[in-house]
Structure formats: C-alpha cells, structure tokens
Design a protein around this ligand. Structure first.
Ligand code: ADP
Ligand code: F6P
Length: 318
C-alpha cells in the first residue's frame, strides 16, 4: 500500500475531522502517501483530489463538520458512476480508500471494492444506527447537544407547567432519543422500534400531574415524527399547554466531545492498519469495547437490534 485516499460521505458528524487527522498522521508515519477527496463520492467521480500532509490536519481535532466537505451522490449509485470513480483512483495511483460515513456510504464502498479498489469504512454518523459497532463517531456529541437543549427546555416548561415534546434526529433509529431521554430524565421516550399509544401517553401525563409533577418532557425520535401534530393531540386530550421543539441540524454541529475524538482517533488509526494488512472491503468499529475490523457484507447484514434493557430502565426511572 503506497497511496491512500480519504473521503467523508452522507450526513456530517462531529469527530469526522479527528478521524481524518488520525488517518493522515498514521499513514504518513507508516510511509504511505495520503490524498483527500472533496465532497464525498461526487468529488471522487469528478477527480476533486489533493495531497494531504501532517500540517493539513493541524488545528482540526476540535472542529465539528468535515474539512473534506460531504455530499450525497446519486451518480455513484450507478455502475457507470462507480466505474468512473475507480478509474479516477487508478489515474491518481491510489491503492486504498477510507470512507467515513454511514450505511449508505458503506454500501457504496462495498460496491466499489468489487471493481478492485481496497476500501475500509469508518462509522461516522450521529444516528448510531450501525449494528456491528457499539458506537458511531458523532453520536456522543449529538447526545450532549440534545442534553443541553433538554436542560434549557426544562427551565421554561417547568416555569409554565407545560408538556414539552422534543423531536430528535436518528432516521429510523431511536438511539439518540433513548440515550438522551435517559440522560435528561424524560418522562416518556417514543422511538420507531417500540409501539406507541398516544392515549396511554396522555393518561401518564395526567396521572403525573395528580402526583404533583409540574412539567413533562417527552423525547420523540424523528423516525416516528410528527412532533407538532402530537403536541396538538396531547393538548386537546389533557387540556395541558404543550409545545413541540424540533432540534434539527443543530444536533449535527459543534465541537466533538472527548469520547468522539478518542473514538475517531482509534478508528482512523485502525483503518490505516487494515489497509496495510492488505485487506479490502472492511469496516472498523467497536465491539465489546475493543477496536475491531469486519467484513463489510457481514457488518451490513447484521439485523438491527434495540436496547430493550435500556428502554426498560428509562420507563422505570421516569
Ligand atoms: P449515510 O452514509 O450517512 O447512510 P446516505 O444514505 O445518504 O448517507 O449515503 C451517502 C452516499 O453513499 C449516497 O449519496 C451515495 O453516493 C452512496 N450510496 C448510498 N447508497 C448506495 C447504494 N445502494 N449504492 C451505491 N452507493 C450508495
Ligand atoms: O444521518 C444523519 C442525519 O442527520 C439523520 O439523523 C437525518 O435524518 C438526516 O441525516 C438529515 O439529512 P439532511 O442533512 O439531508 O437533512
């Protein structure tokens, strides 16, 4: 392995920069040249490729977003688009590609490896929706952002004795809602993985009031959606003023937490190691607290699991 490239793809996540820094510095230390690809697969197809050195990743470990920029690229979903990308890599003399992104980006990497490119994926998404790894880069930072918002919302909803419904990101995965709900002491957590009954929710709100609860915090995952509609319904049924807050893209920004920086550094280092071992079509992640690499097909075919124990704990503690 003489020359590798890095790209970030799909939704950005805090900690992607720390991963880029780790890849660049590890590769250079091991005598490998590193190229950066701008704008994900779209930049790869268009040859937006430039050399990177130790200095090009200075002062980025603390920054959110991605210095490489990111994109969603429809052309890469076609065989023709991927052939163009493989050709660009060959023209630049690049032997290996590190893809930082989520499951969509990994699917792209898997298909690209079938065209002879050595690929390794690093999980970078706030959603934490990749079963094969216990954590994805950006999840912890997003959780802390949500927690900060919840703390603020608590002040105002307590003062007004209101119900506050907070919609958080995560696509079809309820992990952000579940973890932020526990950490923020939410009364209810609504996730796509569990059935939900609005009447039951209203009953709980009313019985909470009878016991002296002066406010209610409800965490709603975007995969269930409809925060505004739910707020109206809760207000109609309970007669208690209810407000919805959709946190949106604020959850994807900000300086990465120490946890995400360390995770990104370990995974970036491991990705270079995997390419140096001559492996291809791999992903790196955390399993049983250890850094591992797995075959990408195996990783992507693992059925999604939901942490039922944590959900149970959340219900008992609410
Ligand atoms: P994420 O990686 O965060 O899941 P997306 O699902 O938006 O984000 O995927 C990011 C990009 O990965 C897409 O815009 C596309 O370029 C590529 N990609 C996604 N799915 C596929 C696929 N089935 N085949 C080839 N490339 C794909
Ligand atoms: O995958 C990360 C994510 O932030 C999801 O939580 C969310 O559904 C989606 O990306 C939003 O995408 P966009 O940036 O295109 O609005």
């Amino acid at each position: 392995m003489k020359k590798i490239a890095i790209l970030t793809s799909g939704g950005d996540a805090p900690g992607m920069n720390a991963a880029i820094r780790a890849i660049v510095r590890t590769a250079i230390e091991k005598g490998i040249e590193v190229m950066g690809v701008r704008r994900g697969y779209s930049g790869l197809i268009n040859g937006e490729i430039f050399p990177m050195d130790r200095h090009s990743v200075s002062d980025i470990i603390q920054r959110g977003g991605t210095i490489l920029r990111t994109a969603r690229c429809e052309e890469f979903k076609t065989e023709e688009g991927r052939k163009k990308a493989a050709n660009v890599l060959s023209v630049f003399g690049i032997d290996g590609l590190v893809v930082i992104g989520g499951d969509g980006s990994f699917t792209g990497a898997r298909l690209l490896s079938k065209l002879g490119v050595s690929t390794v994926g690093i999980p970078g998404t706030i959603d934490n929706d990749l079963t094969y790894t216990e954590y994805t880069i950006g999840f912890d930072t997003a959780l802390n952002t949500v927690l900060d918002a919840i703390n603020k919302l608590r002040d105002t909803s307590t003062s007004h004795e209101r119900v506050s419904i907070v919609e958080v990101m995560g696509r079809n995965c309820g992990d952000i809602a579940l973890h932020a709900g526990i950490a923020g002491g939410a009364e209810s957590i609504i996730v796509p993985e569990k059935e939900f009954d609005a009447d039951e929710l209203c009953k709980n709100i009313l019985s909470g009031r009878l016991k002296g609860k002066m406010h209610n915090l409800i965490l709603l995952a975007e995969g269930v959606g409809g925060a505004d509609k739910l707020a109206k319904r809760v207000e109609e049924i309970t007669g208690i003023e209810t407000r919805a807050t959709i946190l949106g893209h604020i959850q994807r920004g900000g300086s990465p937490t120490a946890f995400d920086r360390v995770l990104a550094s370990k995974l970036g280092y491991k990705a270079v190691d995997v390419l140096m071992e001559g492996k291809s079509s791999r992903v790196v992640g955390i399993r049983d607290g250890k850094v591992v690499d797995l075959d990408i097909d195996e990783a992507l075919s693992m059925p999604r699991t939901f942490n039922e124990d944590l959900f149970e704990i959340a219900q008992i503690l609410s």
